[in-house]
Design a protein. Structure first.
Length: 328
């Protein structure tokens, strides 16, 4: 069985009730999230052995975060404990013409003060076949950036597949700074995940039918998955994706899905987990892409960061059943 290692920062997510503005009511709903943690949880839900690596404070909140991961079947043995606080982000869920917003309070967090010596990557990746990381990590400081580089180097030397999600966050750093830091990391990836909106500012590649091939030729990833989104409003989106496969020299396209948005945060992570699941499970790349797009679409229906769906749930939608009819 494949073991997938996911590395990144876990966060505490605080949200006002329903569609309220921040502090419209004096209360928040608390959940845990974070891009790479979302991927790890989704993979565990799909029956894949997922191993999550991060740094959390040695306090009650850090303990609760670890319990939340374990409850979903994620391996937590390599989580480092230390530092003073978990990173926090506040989510205001949009509706109609009002967009959702995210406000970060994540520095200095336990993860942002991570040092390369804190993690023994030889031990972490032992027995694993895949490493998944993202472009959020190098935005959080020199220590996390160096740890990420160490992880990717160790994984490549051991023969693991490395997937990298660009995951650009404009509130963390400028596009210019991100491009400088992320381009060398993209060159170390076997599989790249990217939103079509980020290709030009970060990689200098114009979006379009040939974008995946251009990214592969210029930067080296064997597979390039590019997601797209059309927003009629905060409540109604259409999502899709294409996958460039270097070995087949072919671009695969999947059916697009119209979604009624309950919570769009984590949809890209659900897509990434879906594609990783499909590829590690031996599905044809076109089938893996259909599964991934369906997984991303379903995430929009679930409050919180993680995609709490099974393989059967996703396959049903991937095979064309989007009716949402009552099942009993």
């Amino acid at each position: 069985m494949s073991i997938v290692v996911c590395f990144g920062e876990m966060l505490l997510r605080l949200s006002p009730p329903g569609f309220e503005r921040l502090l419209q009511s004096p209360m928040f709903s608390a959940r845990f999230g974070g891009s790479e943690a979302n991927v790890a949880i989704s993979l565990a839900r799909f029956g894949v052995s997922s191993r999550y690596v991060t740094r959390l404070p040695a306090n009650a909140i850090g303990d609760a975060a670890v319990r939340a991961l374990r409850a979903e079947g994620v391996e937590t043995a390599h989580i480092v404990r230390g530092g003073n606080r978990i990173g926090i982000y506040f989510v205001e869920t949009g509706a109609g013409q009002r967009p959702s917003t995210v406000t970060y309070d994540r520095h200095p967090s336990s993860f942002s003060s991570l040092e390369p010596s804190d993690i023994d990557w030889t031990t972490v990746i032992a027995g694993a076949s895949w490493l998944h990381v993202s472009g959020i990590t190098p935005a959080l400081g020199a220590g996390p950036a160096e740890c990420l580089s160490f992880a990717m180097t160790a994984a490549r030397r051991s023969g693991m597949t490395v997937s990298f999600d660009l995951n650009y966050r404009a509130t963390l750093w400028s596009a210019e700074a991100a491009a400088t830091a992320l381009q060398p990391l993209v060159r170390g990836a076997d599989v790249l995940f990217a939103s079509e909106d980020h290709l030009q500012p970060l990689l200098g590649i114009a979006p379009g039918a040939d974008a995946g091939r251009c990214v592969s030729e210029q930067y080296g990833p064997r597979r390039v998955a590019i997601t797209s989104r059309a927003s009629r409003s905060a409540s109604e989106n259409t999502v899709g994706a294409v996958l460039w496969d270097q070995q087949a020299a072919e671009v695969y396209d999947a059916p697009r899905h119209q979604v009624q948005v309950v919570d769009r945060i984590g949809a890209g992570d659900a897509f990434a987990a879906g594609l990783i699941y499909g590829l590690t499970g031996g599905r044809h790349p076109a089938d893996a892409l259909r599964f991934a797009v369906a997984a991303g679409a379903l995430k929009h229906t679930i409050p919180g960061d993680a995609n709490l769906m099974s393989v059967a749930d996703v396959d049903r939608v991937a095979e064309g059943d989007s009716s949402g009819r009552l099942q009993r």
